[in-house]
Design a protein around this ligand. Sequence first.
Ligand code: HEC
Length: 149
Amino acid sequence: MKKLVIASILTATLTAGAALAASHGADPVATRKNGMQGVGLAMGTLAGMAKGEVPFNDKSALAALKLMNYVASTFDQHFPEGSDMAANTTASPKIWEDMDGFKAAVAKLQMDTAAAIEAAPASAEALGPILGSVGGNCKSCHEAFRVKN
Ligand code: HEC
């Protein structure tokens, strides 16, 4: 029973994350931040399962990976020229100086999440290597293309 409750809370969280991630508003800064919020939720879900803090659930794990893959599939479209000047953004001007490098980093997140979806993790143990490969993208892209606010 407890496991079921946790699994449905996770599913609800991920659904909210997907809705956030899919909210293509007119505001590109809000859209890309919402997408990253969804990515953060998804990583938190996977890390919780890997650590055994929440029970492993294959459907929630797959949903988390698909959410990240979905965000990655459009993320670089939300960086129009000048949107590094928005008050509430932590996007670094380096994105616009090296748009090709930034797009490559987005494509890498997309590829690594696609590979993880393909692998269809069936246990908490199987999430370890996935967290390593997918999670490596967060740090490297944030270091290169994000500023601290
Ligand atoms: C290809 C580059 C890239 C990758 C990969 C990436 N991020 Fe981000 N992330 C960004 C940028 C750029 C921002 C700043 C967006 C803004 O403020 O306009 C950001 C912001 C965020 C935020 C803050 C959102 C907000 O509301 O301000 C979170 C949380 C986040 N990322 C989590 C993650 C996690 C977790 C991963 C790894 C699974 C990840 N990101 C991978 C580029 C990336």
